[in-house]
Ligand binder design. Structure first.
Ligand SMILES: CSCC[C@H](NC=O)C(=O)O
Length: 141
Protein backbone atom coordinates (compact mmCIF):
# COMPACT_ATOMS: atom_id res chain seq x y z
CA UNK A 1 0.00 0.00 0.00
CA UNK A 2 1.26 3.50 -0.80
CA UNK A 3 1.96 5.30 2.48
CA UNK A 4 2.27 8.96 3.43
CA UNK A 5 5.80 10.34 3.76
CA UNK A 6 6.80 11.25 7.31
CA UNK A 7 8.42 14.66 7.71
CA UNK A 8 8.32 14.82 11.52
CA UNK A 9 11.96 15.29 12.56
CA UNK A 10 11.50 13.49 15.89
CA UNK A 11 10.17 10.33 14.23
CA UNK A 12 12.94 10.49 11.62
CA UNK A 13 15.69 10.87 14.21
CA UNK A 14 15.13 7.52 15.97
CA UNK A 15 17.40 4.51 15.47
CA UNK A 16 15.57 1.70 13.68
CA UNK A 17 14.99 -1.61 15.43
CA UNK A 18 16.23 -4.80 13.78
CA UNK A 19 13.75 -6.17 11.24
CA UNK A 20 12.44 -9.72 11.59
CA UNK A 21 10.80 -12.05 9.10
CA UNK A 22 7.42 -10.74 10.33
CA UNK A 23 8.18 -7.44 8.62
CA UNK A 24 7.14 -8.49 5.12
CA UNK A 25 4.26 -6.01 5.14
CA UNK A 26 6.66 -3.14 5.89
CA UNK A 27 8.84 -4.15 2.94
CA UNK A 28 5.80 -4.46 0.69
CA UNK A 29 4.49 -0.99 1.70
CA UNK A 30 7.96 0.50 1.22
CA UNK A 31 8.15 -1.13 -2.22
CA UNK A 32 4.72 0.26 -3.23
CA UNK A 33 5.47 3.72 -1.87
CA UNK A 34 8.89 4.01 -3.53
CA UNK A 35 7.44 2.61 -6.81
CA UNK A 36 4.87 5.40 -6.77
CA UNK A 37 7.38 8.16 -6.00
CA UNK A 38 9.96 6.87 -8.49
CA UNK A 39 7.94 5.53 -11.44
CA UNK A 40 4.88 7.82 -11.20
CA UNK A 41 6.26 11.06 -9.76
CA UNK A 42 9.99 10.83 -10.43
CA UNK A 43 10.82 12.48 -7.12
CA UNK A 44 12.58 9.79 -5.08
CA UNK A 45 15.11 6.99 -5.63
CA UNK A 46 15.28 5.42 -2.18
CA UNK A 47 13.37 5.13 1.09
CA UNK A 48 13.88 3.88 4.60
CA UNK A 49 10.99 2.42 6.62
CA UNK A 50 10.93 5.35 9.05
CA UNK A 51 9.97 7.58 6.10
CA UNK A 52 6.64 5.69 6.04
CA UNK A 53 6.33 5.70 9.81
CA UNK A 54 7.82 2.31 10.71
CA UNK A 55 10.88 2.25 12.94
CA UNK A 56 12.43 -0.93 11.49
CA UNK A 57 15.69 -1.53 9.60
CA UNK A 58 14.24 -1.94 6.12
CA UNK A 59 15.25 0.08 3.05
CA UNK A 60 14.17 0.17 -0.58
CA UNK A 61 16.15 1.69 -3.44
CA UNK A 62 16.28 1.84 -7.22
CA UNK A 63 18.98 -0.27 -8.87
CA UNK A 64 18.91 -0.69 -12.66
CA UNK A 65 15.31 0.55 -12.82
CA UNK A 66 14.17 -2.05 -10.29
CA UNK A 67 13.21 -1.57 -6.67
CA UNK A 68 15.40 -3.59 -4.32
CA UNK A 69 14.65 -4.35 -0.67
CA UNK A 70 17.20 -4.85 2.11
CA UNK A 71 16.51 -5.88 5.69
CA UNK A 72 19.14 -5.10 8.33
CA UNK A 73 21.87 -3.84 5.97
CA UNK A 74 25.42 -3.52 7.32
CA UNK A 75 28.30 -1.88 5.47
CA UNK A 76 31.29 -4.22 5.67
CA UNK A 77 33.75 -2.23 3.57
CA UNK A 78 33.86 1.21 2.03
CA UNK A 79 36.26 2.87 -0.39
CA UNK A 80 36.71 6.24 -2.05
CA UNK A 81 35.27 8.98 0.14
CA UNK A 82 33.88 11.99 -1.72
CA UNK A 83 31.79 15.06 -1.00
CA UNK A 84 28.38 15.51 -2.59
CA UNK A 85 24.99 17.15 -2.09
CA UNK A 86 21.70 15.37 -1.43
CA UNK A 87 18.07 16.14 -0.80
CA UNK A 88 15.29 13.97 0.57
CA UNK A 89 11.50 13.65 0.30
CA UNK A 90 11.34 13.94 4.07
CA UNK A 91 12.78 17.45 3.74
CA UNK A 92 11.80 20.35 1.51
CA UNK A 93 13.36 19.63 -1.91
CA UNK A 94 15.21 22.96 -2.04
CA UNK A 95 17.25 22.08 1.02
CA UNK A 96 20.03 20.09 -0.63
CA UNK A 97 22.70 19.40 1.99
CA UNK A 98 26.41 18.58 1.84
CA UNK A 99 27.23 14.94 2.59
CA UNK A 100 30.21 12.58 2.41
CA UNK A 101 29.76 9.22 0.70
CA UNK A 102 31.88 6.30 -0.50
CA UNK A 103 32.13 5.35 -4.17
CA UNK A 104 32.20 1.64 -3.43
CA UNK A 105 30.57 -0.26 -0.56
CA UNK A 106 30.29 -3.91 0.35
CA UNK A 107 26.97 -4.58 2.08
CA UNK A 108 25.69 -7.56 4.04
CA UNK A 109 21.88 -7.73 4.23
CA UNK A 110 18.84 -9.98 4.17
CA UNK A 111 17.02 -9.97 0.85
CA UNK A 112 13.24 -9.85 0.28
CA UNK A 113 13.09 -13.58 1.15
CA UNK A 114 15.13 -12.98 4.32
CA UNK A 115 18.14 -14.75 2.77
CA UNK A 116 21.57 -13.44 3.75
CA UNK A 117 23.44 -11.77 0.87
CA UNK A 118 26.70 -9.89 0.49
CA UNK A 119 27.02 -7.56 -2.47
CA UNK A 120 29.25 -4.73 -3.66
CA UNK A 121 27.65 -1.55 -4.99
CA UNK A 122 29.24 1.44 -6.71
CA UNK A 123 28.29 4.90 -7.91
CA UNK A 124 24.79 6.29 -7.56
CA UNK A 125 23.27 3.06 -6.23
CA UNK A 126 25.93 2.97 -3.49
CA UNK A 127 25.12 6.60 -2.69
CA UNK A 128 21.40 5.91 -2.32
CA UNK A 129 22.05 2.90 -0.06
CA UNK A 130 24.30 5.03 2.18
CA UNK A 131 21.64 7.75 2.38
CA UNK A 132 18.93 5.23 3.32
CA UNK A 133 21.18 3.50 5.85
CA UNK A 134 21.75 6.87 7.53
CA UNK A 135 17.97 7.10 7.99
CA UNK A 136 18.10 3.79 9.91
CA UNK A 137 20.49 5.47 12.36
CA UNK A 138 18.21 8.49 12.66
CA UNK A 139 20.70 10.53 10.64
CA UNK A 140 19.13 13.05 8.30
CA UNK A 141 21.05 14.84 5.60
C1 LIG B 1 21.01 10.30 -3.84
S1 LIG B 1 20.63 9.83 -2.29
C2 LIG B 1 19.05 10.59 -2.11
C3 LIG B 1 18.02 9.64 -1.66
C4 LIG B 1 16.70 10.29 -1.33
N1 LIG B 1 15.90 9.39 -0.57
C5 LIG B 1 15.39 9.69 0.63
O1 LIG B 1 15.55 8.98 1.61
C6 LIG B 1 15.97 10.63 -2.62
O2 LIG B 1 16.04 11.78 -3.05
O3 LIG B 1 15.38 9.74 -3.19
Amino acid sequence: MIKEIVTDQFLLSRTAAKATNDDGQVASDLYDTLSYYYFEKGTCVGMAANMIGVNKAVIAFVDNEKIQIMYNPIIMKEEGKYATKESCLSHPREEAKDTFRYKKIKVSYLDENFKKKIKTYTGFTAQIIQHEMDHLEGVLI
